[in-house]
Design a protein around this ligand. Structure first.
Ligand SMILES: NC(=O)c1ccc[n+]([C@@H]2O[C@H](COP(=O)([O-])OP(=O)(O)OC[C@H]3O[C@@H](n4cnc5c(N)ncnc54)[C@H](OP(=O)(O)O)[C@@H]3O)[C@@H](O)[C@H]2O)c1
Length: 281
């Protein structure tokens, strides 16, 4: 069985590729830049742009009946090309925002994008699975430059509690949906196994590094003023709404166990796996 993996050079995709290989599948990986892909030798790497049907010819889909779909802007082009070439089974990386569980999700940047992609996938095939992760632990890498330089992290809503999910758990859930028929027609929420306050998240990274990480609480207004030039306003609004709400209603953990049977990776495990991202000047 050859499985087509899009987003294969990304955080989720790389671990999905190695998981599928370890489980005996053949893998074809799609990337815009094959020369930079740096994937295992066993992977067949093909060039293509998810948003450009002109780059998605028969060589991408020959011999493929299932694919992991990365939700890039314009991915509708890929879904159309894939189903047009007979790829029936699609596992889509979406977002928990698309479940619209909270008022804050309705109309958020993430909900609008991921719901639209979900709609395209579910009308294009009857053999789909949707993975809906909540906040990625990798979002905490946005603190890496402060931590590397020793500058204090300045963040709002330090008492709010989220359950960040390790990218390996998302990848292993995706592998399960591609290798078994157990989750056809399911939209699967995925989070880390524990809700931790933002202060506890910083402390967890500090523990993995074996040193203090200074942290200063600032107001949401200060955060908007300081970070607004790096974060587009629709994303800023989504983040502030999420942290605000999770002050009083912490994330309810929905770990990967329901899909893989294994415990979800803790934030401490994530921090240990990413120590190098926070080390060095
Ligand atoms: N951050 C969160 O909290 C969160 C929560 C829920 C869902 N999500 C979803 O998860 C995604 C991030 O996943 P990740 O961390 O694995 O991604 P990532 O590390 O940022 O990697 C992005 C991947 O997408 C591929 N890609 C992007 N545009 C493409 C295009 N037009 N054609 C072909 N390939 C394209 C890239 O491939 P090449 O560059 O090699 O072509 C790369 O492999 C987000 O974009 C969002 O949709 C995120």
């Amino acid at each position: 069985m050859t499985i087509l993996v899009t987003g294969a050079t990304g955080a989720v995709g790389r671990h999905l590729v190695t998981t599928l290989l370890a489980r005996g599948a053949d893998v074809r990986a799609l990337t815009r830049k094959p020369a930079d892909a740096d994937l295992p030798d066993a992977v067949e790497v093909v060039a293509g742009d998810l948003a450009d049907a002109g780059t998605l010819g028969a060589e991408v889909f020959d011999g493929i009946d299932r694919a992991f779909v990365f939700p890039a802007q314009g991915v509708e082009a890929f879904v159309g090309a894939a189903t047009g070439h007979g790829v029936r089974r699609l596992s889509l990386l979406s977002s928990l925002a698309a479940a619209k569980e909270f008022p804050r999700d309705h109309g958020s940047a993430s909900q609008l994008h991921h719901s639209a992609v979900e709609d395209v996938v579910t009308v294009s095939t009857d053999a789909w699975t949707i993975l809906r992760p909540g906040t990625f632990a990798n979002n905490l890498l946005s603190w890496s430059w402060q931590i590397r330089s020793g500058a204090p992290i300045r963040a709002p809503y330090l008492a709010s509690a989220q359950a960040p999910v390790h990218e390996y758990d998302i990848a292993e859930a995706a592998a399960e949906t591609l290798l078994t028929d157990e989750h056809l027609g399911d939209a699967i929420p995925l989070t880390g196994p524990q809700a931790l306050t933002r202060s506890e998240q910083v402390a967890t990274i500090a523990e993995a590094l074996g040193r203090d990480v200074p942290l200063v609480e600032i107001t949401p207004e200060e955060f908007r003023a300081e970070a607004g030039r790096f974060i587009p306003e629709p994303v800023m609004k989504m983040l502030l709404d999420y942290w605000h709400d999770t002050l009083t209603v912490p994330d309810v953990p929905r770990p990967v166990t329901a899909v893989t049977g294994r415990p979800g990776r803790t934030l401490a495990e994530w921090a240990a796996d990413h120590r190098a991202d926070f080390e060095g000047a």
